[in-house]
Design a protein around this ligand. Structure first.
Ligand code: C5P
Length: 309
């Protein structure tokens, strides 16, 4: 068999329908109960043999994406190559549609996609377990980008258990101007907690647990029930760093969203709606409100990273 000339992988964004943040661990990460839901906004990553490892990016926000070794797509190629005793001589092109630094795992998605694409291009034949292992090394959210659908992430978010979902959930995302740094949002979360009366012992917070009601709502495809239990422990920190998010969240709620929350570490805001028609109404109202840079309408769950061609 001849090697393919190039491989393209499509990979989804995510929203956290529950992000329960526990104590600060000695390694600097936080224990999580992280319920991921993949949503139908996608990046496409194409890898082609080249004389050096390089990255190019297209799309409206391409200029915000790092082109050096800090890009998880480059690190994914390097890690896979190193494990299989070869060089990472590949041109990685990212067609960027997931908001950059928006709390939707766009960087993680590109890491997972590049990994899968290089595995196919090089004929590495890595087992799923090895790919997941490399994903976990790349970042806490990267394994979920590979897997997609819905999953509970324990540990720092990398230890995944699939979650059953019925039907389709309709979402609107309000994209903010500029991103937020994930470590900065976690630091702010800790700062706010140590200020509160219950705080001061960040290492001793109770272990975060998934909400049984939330898992039930996903299993039954019940958007109204899901709306009552959506939660994100990072939201107060994201809003503290970006107070204008309050106006965005309010605009979507007033327009008829079932619920509003910050997506992951933000600043993208997520709105759950009862159906596609309500999603279109909420999107329109958010645009008119002028409280965000752009608006995206999509559905969940979406499948994980997949080779397109
Ligand atoms: O795993 P990842 O590289 O995406 O994490 C980025 C940063 O986010 C970490 O360095 C840490 O500051 C914070 N983080 C955390 N607890 C987690 C995941 C991430 O504190 N469970």
């Amino acid at each position: 068999m001849t090697a393919p000339a190039s491989v393209t992988v499509r990979v989804p964004a995510k929203v956290n329908v529950q992000l329960a943040v526990g104590g600060l661990r000695p390694d600097g990460f936080h224990d999580l109960a992280n319920v991921f839901l993949a949503v139908g906004l996608y990046d496409e990553v194409t890898v082609t043999p080249s004389d050096a490892l390089r990255i190019t990016v297209s799309g409206p926000d391409a200029h915000q994406v790092p082109l050096d070794r800090t890009n998880l797509a480059a690190r994914a190629a390097e890690l896979l190559a190193a494990r299989h005793g070869r060089e990472s001589l590949v041109h990685i092109h990212i067609v960027k549609d997931i908001p950059v630094a928006g709390g939707m795992a766009g960087g993680s998605a590109d890491g997972a996609a590049a990994l899968l694409a290089c595995d196919a291009l090089w004929g590495t034949g890595a087992a799923r377990a090895e790919l997941l292992d490399i994903c976990a090394e790349l970042g806490s959210d990267v394994p979920f980008s590979l897997v997609g659908g819905a999953a509970l992430g324990r540990g720092r978010g990398e230890l995944l258990t699939p979650i059953e979902v019925t039907g389709t959930f309709h979402w609107v995302f309000a994209v903010a101007d500029g991103g937020l740094s994930t470590p900065a949002v976690y630091r702010e979360c800790d700062r706010l907690r140590t200020q509160s009366p219950a705080g001061a012992t960040l290492a001793d917070l109770p272990a975060p647990e998934p909400s049984p009601a939330l898992l039930d709502a996903l299993r039954h495809g019940d958007a109204t029930a899901l709306a009552t239990v959506l939660s994100n422990d990072l939201q107060p920190a994201a809003v503290s760093l970006r107070p204008s998010l309050t106006a965005t969240l309010t605009a979507g709620t007033e327009a008829g969203a079932l619920a509003a929350l910050v997506s992951g570490s933000g600043p993208t805001c997520a709105f759950l709606t009862k159906d596609a028609e309500a999603a279109a109404d909420v999107a329109e109202a958010l645009i008119v409100s002028g409280t965000c840079r752009s608006v995206r309408v999509t559905a969940a769950p979406a499948e994980g990273a997949r080779v397109l061609r």
